[in-house]
Design a protein around this ligand. Sequence first.
Ligand code: ZN
Length: 463
Amino acid sequence: MLDKIYDCSPHFIQNLFVSGYNILAYKKRYGGKYKAFRDLYKLNRSLSREDLLRSQKSRYKNFIEQAIANSEFYRKLYSDIENPQDLDNIQRLPIIDKELFRTNINDITIKSRKKLVSSKTGGTTGKSLEVHYKEVNLQERFALLDDFRSRFGYKLGKKTAWFSGKKILTIKDVNEKKFWKYDYFNKTKYYSTFHLKNNFLQYYVENLIKFKPKYLVGFPSTIAEIARYGLDNNYLFPDNTVKAVFPTAENLTKQMRELIEKFFHTAVYNQYASSEGAPFIFECKNGNLHLELQSGVFEVLDECNNPSTTGRLVVTSFTTEGTPLIRYDIGDSITLKNQNLICSCGNNNPIVKSINGRVADYVYSPENGKINIVNIANAIKDVKGIISYQIIQNEINCLNFNIIIDKSIYNNEEEKLFKKNWRDRVGDNMEFNINYVNSINVESSGKHRVVLNNIKDLIEKTV
Ligand SMILES: [Zn+2]
C-alpha cells in the first residue's frame, strides 16, 4: 500500500517520504544508548592490546552466559561442555555453518522477542534468512560504524551520496532521468543501484559533480561503475571535494578501489561486517584492516579447524544477543598479518592482511545495466517458500532461474512477487525462464553459487 502511494506521489513528496522513513529508522538506531556507545568507543580508541583482550574475554563470558540462558539451541548444544563461557575453551564449542544456522534459526533466536528488530537478508547463498536484533545491539553497531567513519570526519548531516539496495525510483523518475532521492534533513542523497547502464551513468556522474558530496557510502561495485564511466568519458570530478568513500555490503576488489580513488580523488576506507551481524573489521588511515576485538571474536581456521594465519573466518559477535552468532562459519576466508604487529595509527587491534571474500558476481540487463550480488540476494528476501535458487545467464536478454521451493508455502502470489522483484531490477524486457527443480548443482569446491554468468566476456565488450 505504501509502495503504491509512493509510486504515485510527485518527486518532492517522495523526497519527504524518504526523509520520514529515515527519521523512524534513525530513532531506533540513534536513540537509547547510541550516544553512550559513541562516547565509549571514542574513549576506547587507544586501548592497549592487553586491555582490548581483557575486555573481549569478559564480554565473551557475559555473551555466552546470556545465550545459554535465553537461546534454546545453545542451551542444548552446550549442555555437556565444561565452562563454555571461558574464552580459553572456545574450541570446545561446535562450529555452526550457514546451513545449520538457517535450519535452526527459530531455536537460536531468543524466546522473549519483545522489542526485537527483524532483519531479513537475501543471503548470498541463494537462501533467505531472518535474524533479530535487540535495539541496544543495533545502537551499538551503528555507534561502532559511526565511530569508524568519524575518524575521517564523517557525521550524519554532512553532504553524503548513498548507494544502497533499496528500490527508490518510479517509472516517471527513470523517464525523467532522475536516479536519486534527496533527504533534506540529513543532506543525504540516495542514488538507485538498479539503473547502472551506460546511457544512464552520464546522469549519475553529472549529478554527483553538481551535488559535490563530501562522503560516498554504499556498494563499491556501483560506485566503481560510476567512476569507470566518468574516467572513460573524460569527466573531471572536482578536486578536494570527497573526503572519504566507505564501501558497504560487498567485497571490495583492488580494481574497484583503484577506479574509485582515481576518479573521486580520494581514499577508500573499507570495512567488513555482514547482515547476520558479524563483528567488525575496519580500515585505518594507514590502509591497514584492524579486527575490532571489542565487537567479537575472530578465529581463522584451517581445514582441520586448527588456528592458522590464513583460512576460514569463524566469528562470535557480541552485538547479536537476539540471534546469537557463536563460532559461526560465515563463508569468507582471511589472512592475518603477524599478530604481534602494532599499527602506528594508534589502534592496537590486530591487523588483517587480506579479506578473501565473495566473488563479485552480477547479472546484466540491457535495460538497466549490471545488477550486483547484493541486489540479487535481496530479490528473494520478502518471498516466502524459496528454499534455494540459482540464476543462470547464457544470453543477454534472458535469465534462467532454478528454484527449489517449499510447496506448502510457495504459491502463485509468491511467484508474482518474485517476478516483480526481478522486474524492479532488470526492467520489463528480459525473458524469464523459471524452472522449479529438486536440486541445484554445486561447484567442485562444494560452494553453491547464486549467479552463473556465462556471458561475462560478451558483456564486458558491450558496456
Ligand atoms: Zn592502523
